[in-house]
Design a protein around this ligand. Sequence first.
Ligand code: AN0
Ligand code: CP
Length: 311
Amino acid sequence: MKKYTNINDIENIKEAVKAAIQLKKTPHQDAELGLHKTLVMLFFNSSLRTRLSTEKAARNLGMQVMVLNVNDAWNLEFEDGTVMNLNTTEHIKEAAQVISQYADVIAVRVFPGLVDKEKDASEFVLNSFIKYASIPVVNMESATAHPLQALTDAITIEELKTVSKPKVVLSWAPHPKALPQAVANSFIQMMQTVDVDFSITHPEGYDLNPDIIKGTPVSYNQEEALKDADFVYVKNWSSYTDYGKILSEDANWMMTRAKLRDAKFMHCLPVRRNVVVEDAVLDSEQSVVIQQANNRTYAAQIVLKQILESL
Ligand code: AN0
Ligand code: CP
């Protein structure tokens, strides 16, 4: 694999999910593969899981890891041909090439601004790294996608399912801050790829990019959508149509034990307790959020492994 910027970069997702479940049993089986290879992780935004699990995965493969919080480096310019006499100090052209001298793989986390829809959709930061770096690029959550999380979620569902084709529902939840659509987008694409009965529920005004939704059923009636669900994946996102806006903070959309019934509760974390989901769910046996977080390591490890094999 030459890059991992969206889930389609994985040639065979079913095989990758299986391989990740196997890696979980023998995480050090490829401890030599990454010897003398370096992963540089660049963070434009906060992270707990992605940062630690990706580093852990790289170390399991014998790699060296360097982490740079981009706010500690020079202010980057992304526009071509700009007169850089304002706040930006270094152009992405140099920065990406320089990082490529020190690393064998570069991973980037960069959230959307949620102001300019076209600009966010262009993935200008991630794509600039792809354009100017001479090494493989891994997406650690970009403006529109979080493919490491989606792979994790597929692994978790595969491990925990008790029927061959489980019913999976993505349910919107309220949140006081405007959040990206990235996690939802990648989860939807992943659920469209694996063998599940998948649907989405959210309030009116929260319809996601139709190019991602495609034929997936969407209901504005949460109660109806959740009927007989095996897995309920809860996530907030800000409006896509009224771009970046919070249109509803309706607490009725919070996930509760009563609504969840017998389903497993999934969330990528971090999660706001008693806003997105009530304590009684998170603290119950039905919550699988910690298993999900654990699987982040093996999702990252299978991705890095396939990239190292292609170097
Ligand atoms: C981010 C988001 O919703 O995309 C990161 C989730 C992994 N969440 C927050 O900023 C709270
Ligand atoms: N789920 C996830 O990506 O968590 P972090 O933002 O903490 O990395």
